[in-house]
Design a protein around this ligand. Structure first.
Ligand SMILES: [Mg+2]
Length: 252
């Protein structure tokens, strides 16, 4: 049986939850320039309107940044690695950080300004992410040094450190995509779940999905092997698109 056959055989309604960058949107040097291809947006729209499907996007991006890539109706969103979970049509609530976290993030931003000016930096409401993919192309040693320094400083400041490929993120509070997926699963009334993601930060969600359905790791030229050999894999982001096309033909 193919993966799509296995997904269609799961108990409905099926929660289809997807990471964004590297899973739906091709990875590019500057995350601000990443886009979800139009054909994939159309497939997501079709899945979102299917009565037997609940659709969720779960990403490290903040809501503002995700909104630049999609404005789909009727979907769940987990943003900032699960710090914020929003049901269809829900608006985020105001959040307030403790003074110590505000200060620690300010110190981290100072370091970024003084030492990592050439990195791509994402400033989120409760976190700062330093991306070095662009630097790694020309100076991998410096890229690795920046990742190490960012990690050490964040830890020293009492911030949570999130490690992804070519990115270190200093977060005021720790969250993970597995927790976001659990919340969405419970609140949506879905009876089974499929999740796909391409980075280490997706592993908690893949693990959760495997307990209630199917979790899959998306391979890429940057990560041609799954973190553990027994994982279900999808060969590329393009294969994710093919899977969604087949899934929407069968379920939408
Ligand atoms: Mg990703």
């Amino acid at each position: 049986m193919s993966l799509v056959d296995d997904l269609v055989a799961l108990n409905p309604p099926l929660l289809v939850a997807l990471d964004v960058d590297g899973t739906l949107a091709p990875i590019v040097r500057d995350p601000d320039k990443a886009t979800i291809p139009k054909d994939i947006l159309e497939l997501l729209e079709a899945l979102a309107s299917a009565s037997s499907v609940q659709l969720a996007l779960i990403t490290g991006r903040d809501l503002e940044s995700l909104s630049r890539m999609e404005q789909l109706d009727g979907i769940w969103r987990g943003v900032e690695h699960g710090a914020v979970v929003l049901g269809p049509g829900e608006q985020p609530r105001e959040r307030k950080l403790a003074e110590e976290h505000v200060l620690a993030l300010a110190r981290f931003k100072e370091w970024v300004r003084d030492h990592a000016g050439d990195a791509f930096v994402e400033y989120k409401p409760q976190a700062v992410a330093v991306h070095v993919r662009g630097i790694a192309e020309t100076d991998p040693a410096r890229a690795n040094r920046l990742l190490d320094e960012a990690e050490a400083l964040a830890a020293r400041l009492g911030l949570h450190v999130r490690k992804g490929r070519c990115v270190r993120e200093a977060e005021a509070l720790a969250h993970d995509k597995g927790e976001a997926l659990r919340q969405i699963f419970e609140r949506s009334g879905a009876r089974s779940v499929f999740f796909a993601g391409d980075d280490l930060t997706d592993l908690p969600a893949i693990e959760f999905a495997n307990k209630h359905g199917i979790g899959a790791f998306v391979l890429s030229p940057e990560k041609p092997e799954p973190p553990t050999p027994s994982m279900i894999v999808i060969q590329s982001a393009r294969s994710v698109a093919q899977l969604l096309a087949e899934l929407s033909r069968r379920l939408a």
